[in-house]
Design a protein. Sequence first.
Lengths: 312, 274
Amino acid sequence: MSVVTQTEPVAADKTAPAREWRPPSYWPFVIPALVVVLAVIIFPWVFTIWMSLQEWKVGSPTVFVGLANYLRLPTDPRFVEAVGHTLSYTALSVVLPLVFGTLAAVVFHQKFAARGFLRGIFIMPMMATPVAIALVWTMMFHPQLGVLNYLLSLVGLPPQLWVFNPTTVIPSLVLVETWQWTPLVMLIVLGGLAAIPTEPYESAQIDGANFWQVFRFITLPLIMPFLFIAGMIRMIDAVKSFDIIFAITQGGPGSASETINVYLYSVAFVYYDLGYGSAIAVVFFLLIVALAALLLYLRKRLLWTSALGSDA
Amino acid sequence: MNPRQILGQIGLWLSVLVIVSPAILFFLWMASLSLKFEIDNASYPPVFFPEHIAWKNYADVFASNRFLTYFANSLIVTGCATGLAMLVGVPAGYGIARMAAHKSAIVILIARITPGLSYLIPLFLLFQWLGLLGTLVPQIIIHLVVTVPIVIWIMIGYFETTPLELEEAALIDGATRWQVFRHVALPIAKPGLAVAFILAVIFSWNNFVFGIVLAGRETRTLPVAVYNMISFDQLSWGPLAAAALIVTAPVLLLTVMAQRQIVAGLTAGAVKGG
């Protein structure tokens, strides 16, 4: 990264021309980071778009093919299937952590001994190295020796094939994803709970509302903006989920858990079809943006109050 | 305490227990797997507390020829990527906060949304063209994709809350912008620096996707090394679980020790790498 450190003084000299009331003397602070962001974030983006218009395979000459890579997508059954897997995986991986995370936040909002320490334990799944936990989950999913089937047998349920069966593989992976990311939802909702004033609760108590009524009619509406943020973040992360899926199933059995991200990996770095891979990357990004826009639209439709500062 | 309060306390502790048990049981089971001989790991019903503890699993992991190399690789990649990110990201966060250039946050948002793999295709070609594959440099550079946005994002939030009065006073006294930053703003922002540093370290350390593409046999980081162990000795669970625990132990320790900072950082920006 010597490039970055070298450009710093040069760039600092260049920023002399002044704006009116606020001198632009803060620019030198930003320029090194700007160089890095241009190099590792903006450049890859522009280059990806350009590559997506080429027939670009490692080892053969590149040819400009226009939108051919994009037109190939809807006719590629593996891609279409991957979109379906991604959407079902994402839907489950948003809803379940939202439900469990909200419940956990309500509990962590109470006062009890060692709360900070237990909160630290609770967030361990999302901070732990995904590959390491994926490895242990793989062992736990083992149909003969896995501890999960043993636990099922304790409550009288039949053993499952978990990630080894095409019909249960996505729910099983969602189980891991939910276990891993419920803590993030909890933290965001907990922040929301901390911002709620106490007056509504006091008047509810006077009116004799029970626990469920208080939650349903006071807490839930007031934490809606935070649930929305949590849902948005969860959606973005679930769509992009890679480590867990790749380390546990590599998209299998067959292609039953192959999401767009996993397929993208195969196209780009197993088949080395970089042009087509770039087209997938662009469409994938647009899909995430579209889903985010859809959520924003839904929020507007539902007229959730943003009084509690949902613009984080 | 009246009976009702006692009941409430019991209910509360039961709920706490239910909520934290998936995390606790998982990591205990991980530790249990890593401390058992194959005969215990392959028995049904599963053995939770083995009669003989297999410390040998850990010894095996450290003795395996390249594990220490991979450990050093992880330290170098995470250390450099985090250090560089702090070096460029902290001043940037300061500049953006003071210029109130909120639009620039869009770039960070885009970086947050973009799947890690889409950076890999162009950067892979670039590194190949520069002849850097086979060294740790590509991984250090690409980890900046994770660490720089985290640091900038958290530091913007932090510098926005630090008081301006002191800085203005220093400016009036003739200090330069840089001196103000170095001697007034930075010391106040220490807690923010800690948050940014910790999160950048964790997400860089955990990163897997960049490594599987860019790392060669000699340049693997720990997550990639562990992933490769799965395919090679799938049947010996003890050493595998031991390796997994060694890889993630630094992060888990950091999480429990610095949970306050981590919680502050995650709720402020809700950033995550990759």
